[in-house]
Design a protein around this ligand. Structure first.
Ligand code: HEM
Length: 416
């Protein structure tokens, strides 16, 4: 290496990173060690925590050295379109994700108590019903894009129901969120307004007519969330749940159908869907780098000076795959991966998320035998973005089904 060589910050945006993030993590580790300079958009810097031990240090010391409050960082940002896009994910809000200490515990208690009231058997029945309806919509054609026609729709349809709105209203939520995903400029503002309207209508409806649903439980929780806090908590549940859920389903499914430890076209493989989901959460987690943290005082962290107001991103994807910090080969301790985070902000929905992913994948395997990828897995397109690990498309083929054919089909399954 030349004495004047100054490595450039790693780029966490653009298609190159999206197609092969692990090569970027490897290069950053070689040049910088466990903490590396990156850009999450052109000219917007962050520190990326790549080491497993370093990641655990951040995650378990939040509230002391580390904070989740993004406001000091927001004050340093220019007002550009790129920054507006990032703020959707990183702007401070009065909810569990962006607060510390007692304020965090109050929000978090409301979230965990209400998530705990979702009965697993009801959730499984709802996922099965949702999955079967979606599979029925393409089963006769023999081909599908399992991202656009399945994985992205499952969590949105589920959330719409779990939040307490009728099935027919899911179309409004899906169109607003798809609009936000694709949006730029004016169409972005319109999609944002449509999403805001869905949320305002939801909370107004549940204030007026409480029901047996997550929104009504939150509004009635002893934490006595204000109207604004309740709104930001529902938005967090949707925001934190939707994207990683969709990606976990599609990432895992793409891995299963291209790996005969799990699946062959003749017979099922020896490993289960649970094994595949755990493997993806460890090696290729869907919340890849979405662990925003900030220091409360200047800190020398594994050789890098970090100042208050600088963004630190815990890379769950890089930490989980740190060579030499983790044992090689199959692990009996798959639960120790950081795919759901760790410490006080660890995902409070890990159990329902596993149930949803496993049920959604198993419905595909049960109802569409002979499913195959239409492209080799290494040619599948990945959606650019600094935070997620998301397939853009998952084209598959399968022998078409007929509604009147014998045996279990998406048109015949009872959902209880
Ligand atoms: C399927 C995959 C999911 C994955 C991989 C995942 C992963 C994570 C991770 C890594 C964190 C920690 C973030 C941090 O340290 O800042 C987190 C937090 C969170 N997740 Fe999940 N999540 C998933 C599904 C869900 C679902 C379905 C919901 C809601 C229904 C949800 C709700 C939340 C909430 C509310 C937090 C913030 C908790 C806090 O700050 O105290 N997640 N999740």
């Amino acid at each position: 290496m030349s004495p004047h060589y100054v490595p450039r910050p790693g780029r966490l945006y653009g298609t190159e990173f999206a197609q092969d993030p692990q090569s970027v993590y490897t290069a950053l580790r070689e040049h910088h060690g466990p903490v590396a300079p990156v850009e999450i958009a052109p000219g917007i810097p962050a520190h990326l925590v790549l080491g497993y031990r370093a990641a655990l240090d951040v995650l378990t010391n939040v509230g002391e050295v580390w904070s989740k409050d993004s406001r000091p960082w927001m004050a340093t940002l220019p007002d550009t379109a790129d920054v507006q896009g990032l703020l959707g994910m990183l702007a401070y809000r009065p909810n569990a994700l962006f607060n510390d200490g007692t304020v965090h515990r109050r929000y978090r208690q409301a979230v965990t108590d209400c998530l705990g009231m979702i009965e697993p058997h009801r959730l499984r029945a709802l996922v099965t019903e949702t999955a079967d309806t979606l599979i029925a919509s393409f089963a006769t054609t023999g081909r599908a894009d399992l991202v656009g026609q399945y994985a992205r729709l499952i969590p949105l349809r589920l959330f719409n129901r779990v939040f307490g709105r009728p099935e027919a209203d899911s179309a409004a939520l899906i169109s607003a969120l798809n609009g936000l995903l694709e949006a730029t400029g004016e169409s972005g503002a319109a999609a944002n307004a449509a999403f805001g309207q869905y949320m305002t209508d939801l909370l107004a409806l549940k204030h007026a007519e409480p029901g047996d649903d997550l929104t009504s439980w939150l509004l009635a929780h002893p934490a006595q969330l204000s109207a604004e806090e309740a709104l930001h908590t529902v938005v967090l549940l949707l925001g934190a749940g939707n994207e990683p859920m969709a990606n976990l389903i599609s990432n895992t499914f793409s891995r299963m159908v291209s790996d005969d430890r799990y699946y062959t076209s003749l017979t099922d493989g020896a490993l289960t869907t649970y094994d595949a989901v755990q493997e993806v959460l460890r090696d290729d987690p869907s919340m890849a780098n979405y662990g925003p943290y900030f220091t409360t005082a200047p800190l020398n962290f594994y050789g890098t000076w970090i100042r208050p107001g600088e963004l630190v991103l815990v890379s769950y994807a890089a930490a989980n795959t740190t060579p030499s910090e983790l044992p090689d080969g199959p692990r009996s301790d798959s639960g120790s991966h950081l795919g759901f985070g760790a410490g006080p902000h660890r995902c409070p929905a890990a159990d329902p998320a596993l149930l949803i992913a496993i049920t959604a994948i198993d419905r595909l395997l049960t109802l569409l035998p002979g499913l195959e990828l239409a492209l080799p897995r290494h040619h599948l397109p990945w959606r650019p973005g600094p935070f997620h690990r998301a397939l853009a498309e998952l084209p598959v083929t399968f022998p078409p089904l007929r509604p009147n054919q014998p045996g279990e089909t998406p048109w015949t399954t009872p959902h209880q």
